[in-house]
Design a protein around this ligand. Structure first.
Ligand code: SF4
Length: 137
């Protein structure tokens, strides 16, 4: 005796093929692009100061110069609430002794200087980096 199957003779209906829409990256204005880049820079510095101590130490040994207190690095992505501009035009950090490592080691490398220059290349940062061999006597 043949067994009854409710699916006997059932044909799968042809469904219209689903085409995933082609996603285009959103168009960002140059200003937004710059902000996104600065945000990535902040994340990068946080990651470097958190897990790449050797890199930080190596770059610190290559770093020359001194801070000119222009305050531009404190305006990346947003103006730091602890940044104070003195009447002389120089900048001052209200929490300088307790500032986070992100700020303490700025600029970590040339990339940070380029990022900071995007806010004001006409006023160069007081720091620069030398090749490793040139820094050793
Ligand atoms: S951008 Fe350079 S010179 Fe200006 S405040 Fe920052 S570290 Fe100092």
């Amino acid at each position: 005796m043949a067994r009854f199957s409710p699916l006997r003779g059932f044909k799968t209906p042809k469904l219209p093929l689903f085409k995933a829409p082609r996603l285009k990256p959103p168009r960002l204005s140059p200003k937004v692009k710059a902000k996104v880049g600065q945000g990535m820079g902040k994340l990068r510095r946080w990651a470097l100061t958190t897990i790449k101590e050797r890199y930080i130490a190596e770059m610190a040994s290559r770093r020359q110069g001194e801070c000119l207190r222009c305050g531009l690095c404190c305006k990346l992505l947003f103006k730091c609430p602890f940044l104070q501009t003195l009447p002389s035009g120089l900048s001052r950090c209200r929490i300088h002794k307790r500032r986070p490592d992100n700020c303490k080691y700025f600029p970590i490398d040339e990339k940070d200087i380029r990022e900071r220059d995007s806010l004001g290349a006409d006023r160069p940062c007081g720091f620069w980096f030398v090749e490793q061999s040139a820094g050793r006597g």
